[in-house]
Design a protein around this ligand. Structure first.
Ligand code: HEC
Ligand code: HEC
Length: 301
């Protein structure tokens, strides 16, 4: 677990495969240890693309606009080309605490949540590939667009997209606005996916932040809780979701330092939870995943 914490914290350097284009040198630069490692921060990322005739096209090189390069690669700094983007969206860092519980939710549970939602608020379920199980799909639940279904998949995705470090599940380096960056000093070094497994282990081992029972029992919070139901918030932010035993724990191969996660994500109630949810439009580019509120609202009961 210590190895997982160190790996998630970072920083990685050029010799570890960082860059040449990247956003930060470690997961912990954005998911900072404030108050505990894996939480959120004020750090945002930019996504850009062209929305024309109802169709969204990613900015060249992908919608993510990397904010940094290695020192010798400044000419590869990504920029938004105004003729290729009329949408620039800022995305805030999302806390990963308790995400093992979200991962453990059975896809069928998400289907049954959506099935009982009123049609005007019905969530859109997005099936996405599970990278560690080639050929398998699962209902997405992580990221702004619920674009990943497992923490292992998300880790490989984040490693290459945020830090420019490739791994077996994500072997292709990010480009600079679509231009391949050469020469790459160290073309990624997580060849066996050990780091990616450690990220997933770290996230699966975190607990959901607890309810502040003192605040939750106050008259105002009780009233807020009633309003939460009365106003339909709980239609999407489902209050309780049974977690199933379907979660898998990655077993990082790193000698004696690795071990099983201490707080298992299986078999415990998940608190409020994620479903994918449609906004007014049903197009894929606008659908946004419902957030768990244990990150944001400490007094929901
Ligand atoms: C530059 C800042 C930054 C870095 C570095 C970063 N993240 Fe994130 N992370 C974000 C942002 C922003 C989001 C929201 C993503 C979105 O909009 O889809 C996010 C979302 C996530 C989520 C989804 C959480 C949820 O519940 O939906 C996971 C999991 C995650 N990051 C893991 C990682 C891991 C693992 C690393 C390191 C390999 C990492 N992140 C590095 C900024 C960062
Ligand atoms: C139709 C589904 C739906 C309903 C109803 C709904 N939400 Fe949400 N909620 C979402 C989605 C989707 C997001 C993520 C939005 C985004 O990332 O842009 C969200 C995000 C949030 C967040 C931000 C969480 C974070 O981690 O940043 C809060 C707080 C929140 N909702 C509270 C409420 C409250 C209070 C109500 C009732 C008044 C409510 N929601 C009703 C779908 C819904």
């Amino acid at each position: 677990m210590q190895a997982a914490v160190e790996e998630f914290t970072g920083p990685e350097g050029e010799s570890d495969g960082l860059g040449p284009v990247f956003n930060a040198a470690g997961c912990g630069e954005c998911h900072v240890a404030n108050p505990v490692l894996g939480a959120t921060s004020q750090i945002t990322e930019s996504r850009a693309g062209l929305f024309q005739n109802g169709v969204f096209t990613d900015h060249p090189g992908g919608s993510l606009i990397h904010s940094r390069t290695l020192p010798d690669y400044i000419k590869f700094q990504e920029r938004v080309n105004p003729s290729r983007a009329n949408v620039i969206a800022i995305r805030n860092t999302i806390s990963v605490l308790g995400d093992g519980f979200v991962e453990a939710i059975d896809s069928n549970t998400l289907v049954s949540i959506v099935n009982v939602q009123p049609s005007a608020q019905r969530g859109q379920l997005v099936n996405v590939p599970v990278l560690e199980q080639p050929g398998q799909n699962r209902i997405g639940r992580f990221g702004h667009k619920a674009q990943q279904a497992s923490l292992l998949s998300f880790s490989a995705d984040a490693y290459v997209n945020e830090m420019g470090i490739t791994s077996p599940m994500q072997p292709v380096e990010p480009t600079s606005n679509g231009v391949v960056v050469t020469p790459d000093p160290v073309p990624g070094n997580d060849d066996e996916g050990v780091d990616v497994a450690l990220f997933a282990l770290f996230m699966r081992s975190t607990k959901a932040p607890p309810l502040d029972t003192a605040i939750a029992s106050s008259a105002d919070a009780q009233r807020g809780s009633q309003l939460f139901d009365a106003n339909g918030c709980a239609v999407c932010h489902t209050r309780t979701v049974p977690a199933t035993a379907s979660c898998r724990t990655a077993a990082p191969r790193r000698g004696t330092r690795s071990g099983p996660p201490r707080s298992g994500a299986c078999g415990r109630a998940a608190g409020s939870c994620t479903t994918t949810s449609a906004s007014a439009s049903k197009t894929r580019s606008l659908a946004t995943g419902t957030r768990v509120l244990w990150r944001a609202m400490r007094s929901t009961g």
